[in-house]
Design a protein around this ligand. Structure first.
Ligand SMILES: [Zn+2]
Length: 212
């Protein structure tokens, strides 16, 4: 997992948003290979091992279908990102597009519940259960495959997207609240966020509206 992603991580526990405290035991340059992640609110602990951040047990993954350049170009068009400092997330089978997508989209990549981790630069790997452990406005775009497109995961994806960020998901699942459909075919729809999610900012004290 890339060290830069630490700032975006939040405890997936059901409490107010909280950063995770990292104790890094092995890193190589920007890549965290072994670390403990702890939540200061609920005391949950998660691990980065072999470069993969584990928020759930790793499940066996079927061999991913290879992506042709045409398929990846289509995916890149749906994601609508040419260049971004925020990561593009690829969940499940979409992670197989990672290598080719990197030649079209200049952004870090976050591979979620993917097959074997690659050691490509700028690519992070995490394993999750039914929600993404990410803060608000931490992703440029995300594609979620049919195995992981639960309402809870899509809702967490919508929260994590920046304003105008796009979500690609299977045609037969509902679009989360706060998103507007841009296009669909028989396989997928693509929608963009139209409202700003609230997260840690709620914890900040508002300035007094008037001073007596
Ligand atoms: Zn927690």
């Amino acid at each position: 997992m890339q060290r830069d992603l630490l700032d975006a991580l939040r405890c997936p526990g059901t409490h107010e948003e909280s950063w995770l405290v990292a104790m890094v035991s092995h890193a190589e340059g920007p890549e965290l290979l072994e670390a403990e992640l702890a939540c200061p609110v609920c005391a949950a602990e998660y691990r980065i091992t072999g470069g993969v951040a584990l928020f759930a047990d790793r499940q066996p993954v079927d061999d991913d279908e290879p992506y042709t350049s045409d398929m990846v170009l289509r995916l890149a068009a749906m994601l609508g990102v040419a260049e971004s400092p925020l990561p593009v997330a690829l969940v499940g089978r979409y992670a197989a597009a990672s290598g080719v997508l990197a030649s079209f989209v200049a952004a870090p990549q976050l591979l979620v519940n993917s097959g074997a981790p690659t050691n490509a630069p700028g690519v992070s790997h995490i394993v999750v259960a039914d929600r993404l452990p990410l803060g608000v406005e931490t992703l440029a775009a995300i594609a979620v495959d049919e195995d992981y497109a639960s309402p809870a995961l899509l809702e967490s994806a919508a929260r994590a997207l920046r304003l105008g960020g796009r979500l690609v998901a299977p045609a037969d699942v509902p679009i989360p609240a706060g998103m507007r459909e841009l296009a669909r075919d028989e396989v997928e729809w693509v929608a963009e966020t139209t409202v700003r999610a609230s997260g840690l900012i709620e914890l900040r004290r508002r300035a007094p509206e008037s001073v007596q």
